[in-house]
Design a protein. Structure first.
Length: 591
């Protein structure tokens, strides 16, 4: 989906044309919460009625709404909740009773906002006023942008972070109890913020969330101001081991860019009464200490093992820097495996050391508890295994420094398989398209886009001959050339190539995917397919029409939509009615 400025728009958050009907209202008192580890995968068979997995579960399908598995979607789960409330309805059983929302441990603001929107939908059948602004705000924060403005520090983001910190200092019977309380108190703060937006006609950034009665007061306001002093103190503390580097990090457009990097340890440990709550925010805006005087673009934060958890590490680069960390997690995961083999004789994320049983890997990864590679955040953030890392801070930092010097130059700027392009120019344009797909509203080209064809053909280049000779001509004969997006005919040369392609994927009425082994090995075909599945994850709107050209195992995220076998004698007799029906719906919506 397109990225946007604070004053931009995003169609998937727009409910104006969506029928707001919930299958059966759920009583507020019936809604319960439980929590599972970050990165947990929810088995579709276990997601029964009256239970919804939210911001966790690794899928976008009935009874599960998560965004962490996508490469094509850069946004929040809150935005997906608005776009796909029908997936919430699927979780509501016919018999009233307890309704459980399953969240990830240590719920963040996206988790909270998703719960807020879901809870109101379940109980009223509609979303509250201000829901679009809330989703856009959370989109920004979830991709690494600051959640507050320097002269307005008491924002919703700041308030929730302070609430989390405040409740972490209390004694609880269990983490589940603490997290449930955090969600319930956080919901009251969001309700207050959206109420102020409506009553006073304010943008969300201008609402003082600390004014919400009963949760945050003068003490917490002062805590924000003291936190900047804690940031300065931490940097001079020997235990923090603060170091600064000028790294060369890979650019989305190829080559490398310079990044001010700050490496620190033990700055936000849960058991540290002097933890710096907003360390990332202060570091990102620390113009005084950063060598380029723009704030620290890259951060390496290591939290040593404590009573509450194992050692954790987060490596990141600002989302608007134009740089990324793709490939870094692979190197770290290999080092992680070697360290665990030294300790246990096997990598205990692949094989249970005691029983020698193979463990189910996390979908898309090679083991059950990998380093997160940043795939849902444009590869701008890398996280250690959710169970903690066996690597020392020295090893992690040395790997990051080596990566940052460009020594690992074999790592590509972005997925760009060589067999997908006939010329280097095509390859460069495609890389630019991927890098800019989230920033279309900010491009210099402000001219109105031309009308996009109704039917988009997605295929790997190895099957170009079949598409050109067998698929494209009949479609043109029936609907006309102007209605078909076929890259050989539809893309004019020039700098707007990537924009034209991106808009066509996002706005087409029908997306024909040519399934074959090469299709699911192509990163760009997968990007196109995911973009459509985010719009219509279970095929209810009929946007995606997959054609099975050669037998292939379909990934879990695409199995909800049945494919049409092109080898059938009645292939066209089955395809024409599906295309005609969907095009008729598209014309009606356009009218």
């Amino acid at each position: 989906m397109s990225q946007y400025s604070w004053n931009g728009t995003q169609n998937m958050h727009d409910q104006s044309e969506k029928e707001l009907v919930v299958s059966r209202p759920v009583a507020l008192s019936d809604i319960k919460f439980d929590f599972v580890p970050v990165g947990s995968v929810a088995d579709a068979d276990l997601c029964g009625q009256n239970r919804l997995y939210l911001d966790v579960g690794n899928a976008l399908r009935p009874r599960q709404i998560d965004h962490h598995q996508w490469l094509a979607y850069i946004g929040s789960t809150a935005g997906l909740v608005i776009a796909h409330s029908e997936l919430i309805d699927d979780a509501v059983g016919p018999v009233p009773g307890s309704f459980t929302i399953t969240l990830h441990a240590d719920p963040d603001l996206d988790c909270l906002a998703s719960v807020y929107l879901t809870q109101i939908w379940l109980t009223t059948g509609e979303f509250p006023k201000g829901h679009t602004a809330l989703a856009r705000y959370v989109d920004k924060i979830d991709t690494g942008h600051p959640g507050m403005v320097k002269d307005r520090p008491f924002s919703l983001y700041t308030a929730y972070m302070m609430l989390v910190h405040k409740l972490s200092l209390y004694k609880w019977h269990s983490n589940q109890e603490r997290w449930s309380r955090t969600i319930r108190d956080g919901l009251e703060i969001i309700t207050f913020v959206l109420g102020q937006m409506e009553e006073r006609q304010l943008p969300i950034l201008d609402v003082d969330a600390f004014d919400c009665p009963g949760h945050l007061g003068t003490r917490e306001r002062d805590e924000i101001l003291r936190d900047i002093n804690r940031y300065t103190t931490k940097l001079s503390d020997p235990d923090t081991c603060a170091r600064q580097y000028l790294l060369k990090l890979p650019s989305h457009l190829g080559g490398y860019g310079e990044a001010d990097a700050l490496f620190v340890r033990h700055v936000q440990s849960d058991d540290d009464p002097e933890r710096c709550i907003f360390f990332k925010d202060w570091a990102r805006t620390d113009r005084e200490r950063s060598s380029l005087a723009k704030g620290f673009t890259a951060l390496a934060v290591f939290e040593p093992k404590s009573e509450r958890n194992e050692s954790l590490a987060v490596l990141s680069v600002t989302p608007d820097s134009g740089m990324h960390l793709q490939g870094l997690a692979t190197v770290l995961d290999e080092a992680e495996a070697n360290e665990r083999i030294k300790r246990f004789g096997v990598d205990d994320r692949i094989v249970n050391p005691e029983t020698r049983e193979l463990l189910e890997p996390r979908p898309g990864y090679t083991n059950a508890d990998p380093w997160y590679d940043g795939r849902a955040h444009e590869y701008t953030i890398i996280g250690s295994p959710r169970g903690g890392t066996a690597l020392s801070a020295d090893i992690i930092e040395d790997i990051f420094i080596t990566f940052g010097r460009g020594a690992l130059s074999q790592i590509p700027p972005l997925p760009s398989p060589e067999d997908e392009f006939e010329t280097e120019e095509e390859r460069e344009q495609a890389v630019r398209r991927i890098a800019n797909i989230m920033h279309l509203s900010c491009t210099e080209d402000n001219e109105a886009s031309t009308r996009n064809p109704a039917i988009f053909i997605s295929y790997p280049s190895t099957r170009r001959v079949w598409v050109k000779e067998q698929l494209y001509p009949p479609l043109v004969s029936r609907y006309g050339e102007e209605e078909i997006f076929y890259d050989n005919h539809s893309l004019a040369p020039g700098g707007r190539w990537y924009r034209r392609l991106a808009e066509s994927v996002e706005q087409c009425n029908i997306f024909i995917a040519v399934y074959c082994p090469e299709y699911f090995r192509s990163d760009f075909c997968q990007w196109e397919l995911e973009s459509v599945l985010v719009r219509d994850p279970r095929g209810k709107q009929g946007i995606l029409i997959p054609l099975m050209l050669d037998p292939v195992n379909i990934p879990p995220y695409g199995k909800l939509i049945q494919s049409l076998d092109v080898s059938r004698n009645d292939f066209w007799e089955q395809l024409w009615p599906a295309l005609d029906a969907r095009l008729a719906v598209g014309k009606k919506q356009a009218g």
